[in-house]
Design a binder for this molecule. Structure first.
Ligand code: HEC
Length: 326
């Protein structure tokens, strides 16, 4: 996505924009408290304007936060909140709470501005009986000034945004938890040699061929296939048994030309029995022909690994890790 320079600016400066509404809302309770004082009359109007400007300014902050989150791929291009797929996505989890707290503050803030507006309007009138009902005239303490309910709502508003801001600070500057999570993700990626490419599947020719000749496989895109199995699993495979832990099978595929095996490579399929006995799948297609790309989310290449939900179809036939009936 290429955004206009203005949108780019609005997105990148999110950490700066938020300080305007936050500062106004931090000053708000002070003005509100002052309005309870006998001489604090003008502070009612001040409170209303602080709240109104803070609330309006926050719309820019909310918008810039959304655009920023989408630009750095923490939020999907058409979503409003990040998806947390695993425990380790600490940043996404913090961002979710950050957004919810900001939105809660926005709703509470709207209510607060409305309450202040109503009180301000009422107090700038002289009653029909000609008496001055303004400000403190004959009111109980909690009904004076902006009134206790508005003060309470204002404090909740500040609480929501203060909390959201604290989480924002953690996301920008890091905390022990996020830094630890980032380091762990880094380490996991370094230890996971196949994070970017299915290295073992690509090296299938180093394994034991399960059959001498290619066989046509209706179940895997109606291509020709050959199955290659690790030495540790070839006997089990030939006996039609489940592969032992640590063993894996790779199915290389190629095109069909008029009912005979062609040479155009198709996808690589991999099935592995992990050390803990569970089954993992991988599907790798380095170059998807243009005509088929629409079936693959318009990608020109895909690499899926368990637990990718796109591999659910494999499980449909390959239950329990055993070879399906042919
Ligand atoms: C329509 C049923 C079906 C689907 C869907 C399917 N398979 Fe298979 N698979 C089979 C059958 C049947 C065999 C046995 C060999 C053959 O007929 O080609 C097999 C064999 C294999 C083999 C060779 C090792 C073995 O167990 O025989 C691998 C590897 C494999 N499939 C991986 C996958 C992967 C990865 C997926 C998902 C992307 C998948 N399969 C989807 C039916 C299926």
């Amino acid at each position: 996505m290429t955004a206009s320079p203005l949108i780019e600016f609005i997105a990148r400066e999110h950490p700066a924009f938020v300080h305007l509404p936050l500062g106004l809302v931090a000053a708000l309770p002070v003005a509100m408290l002052g309005s309870f004082h006998r001489q604090g009359r003008s502070l009612l109007a001040t409170s209303f304007f602080l709240a109104a400007i803070g609330w309006l300014a926050s719309t820019i902050a909310l918008f810039s936060g959304l655009v920023w989150g989408r630009q750095i791929n923490l939020i999907g291009p058409s979503s409003f909140i990040p998806v947390v797929a695993s425990e380790k996505q600490v940043l996404q989890r913090i961002l979710q709470v950050h957004i919810l707290a900001a939105l809660a503050g926005f709703l509470v803030g709207g209510l607060c501005a409305f309450l202040l507006w109503r009180t301000w309007r009422r107090d700038s009138h002289v009653g029909a009986d000609g008496k001055d009902h303004r400000h403190h005239a004959g009111r109980r303490f909690w009904e004076r000034g902006v009134g206790a309910p508005a003060l309470l709502v204002g404090l909740i508003w500040l609480g929501c945004w203060g909390f959201s801001g604290k989480l924002g600070g953690i996301m920008v500057f890091g905390s022990e938890e996020t830094n630890k999570a980032a380091a762990e993700a880094d380490k996991a990626k370094r230890n996971d040699l196949e994070a970017d490419l299915p290295i073992r599947a690509l090296d299938y020719a180093s394994l034991e061929p399960a059959e001498p000749d290619p066989i046509r496989s209706k179940a895997h895109g109606d291509r020709w296939r050959r199955v290659w199995v690790t030495a540790s699993g070839i006997d089990a495979y030939k006996a039609g048994k489940a592969l032992p832990p640590g063993a894996y099978a790779v199915m290389s595929t190629f095109s069909d030309v008029k009912g005979r095996p062609g040479t155009e490579p198709g996808p690589l399929y991999m099935k592995e029995t992990k050390a803990d006995g569970s089954t993992a799948f991988a599907f790798y297609w380095a170059r998807i022909p243009e005509a088929l790309q629409k079936d693959f989310g318009n990608q020109d290449s895909v690499y899926w690994r368990s637990p990718d939900p796109k591999l659910a179809t494999c499980l449909g036939c390959h239950e329990k890790g055993g070879s399906p009936a042919k």
